[in-house]
Design a protein around this ligand. Structure first.
Ligand code: NAP
Length: 248
């Protein structure tokens, strides 16, 4: 089950955290994986090395997801070289906290550009080759915060809940062509993004998670592997929560 041999995949923000674990998990299942990142090439190299250790392969593919032209060029060139893109994981994301009264418009713009437009540009650049191949998996990484809200995260939550409507619309547009579009919605996961969380906030959070622990990047990666698989062909427009039961 969940054999991805022969599939070409692209994971944005795969140099670290959830994206890295996802790239490794997809490669372990046989996919050839393009490892996207913004600036951190040393970390991206580590992802690629771990993929190879796991018996998989791929390449580094740096670009800024908020740059529409860069995304298009990178995906078109990838398809020319490697064949149809089967799996596109829009994972790259940015979180800047800010209480409503102190929130800065430029922070909001940056988050919308990366989290929302970056996902849209990836989906747009990927769907043509998916349609032609009659197989495609577009997977956006949202957040439990997009559904529950969180004090200090109104901008981030807005950027993450936007992905649900986006994926559902794409699911309706391309469902008949073998292309699915789904959302994975992680709870709080141990990555660089959550590393700076104050101890008090961490304790409070743990009290809200029935599983009694924060997530690991691999918990989220496993959900992506499932949605990327042939077995998930009848699952589209869905939001798969991976949050230890924090939101049911
Ligand atoms: P992370 O550890 O902070 O890593 C972020 C990744 O995104 C890095 O690979 C980074 O590349 C890349 N990135 C950022 N901006 C980019 C851009 N403009 N273009 C291309 N790549 C870019 O993040 P994470 O915690 O793994 O989170 C991954 C995703 O899951 C995000 O969408 C996040 O919102 C979501 N999420 C995280 C949590 C959590 O608790 N951690 C919970 C729910 C949802 P560089 O290394 O080059 O900077």
């Amino acid at each position: 089950m969940f054999d991805l041999s022969g599939r070409v995949a692209l994971v944005t923000g795969a140099s670290r955290g959830i994206g890295r674990a996802t790239a490794i998990a997809l490669a372990t299942r046989g996919a050839w994986v393009a490892v996207n990142y913004a600036t951190n090439s040393a970390a991206a190299e580590e992802t690629l090395a771990a993929m190879r250790t796991a018996g998989g392969d791929g390449e580094l593919l740096p670009f800024d997801v908020s740059d529409a032209a860069a995304v298009t060029v990178a995906v078109e060139d990838l398809v020319l070289r490697k064949g149809p893109l089967a799996i596109a994981v829009a994972n790259a994301g940015l979180n800047i906290d800010g209480l409503l009264l102190r929130a800065q418009e430029e922070d909001f713009d940056r988050m919308l550009a990366t989290n929302v437009k970056g996902t849209f540009f990836l989906a747009k650049a990927s769907v043509r080759s998916m349609m032609k191949a009659r197989f495609g998996r577009i997977i956006a990484v949202s957040s439990v915060v997009g559904a529950m809200g969180n004090a200090g995260q109104s901008m981030y939550a807005a950027s993450k809940s936007a992905l649900v409507g986006m994926m559902r619309s794409i699911a309706r547009e391309y469902g008949s062509r073998g292309v699915t579009a789904n959302v994975v919605s992680p709870g709080f996961v141990e990555t660089d993004m959550t590393a700076g969380m104050p101890e008090e906030a961490r304790k409070k959070l743990l009290g809200m998670i029935p599983s009694g622990r924060l997530g690991r990047p691999e918990d989220v990666a496993a959900a992506v592997v499932y949605l990327a698989s042939a077995e998930a062909s009848w699952v589209t427009g869905q939001v798969l929560g991976v949050n230890g039961g924090m939101r049911m």
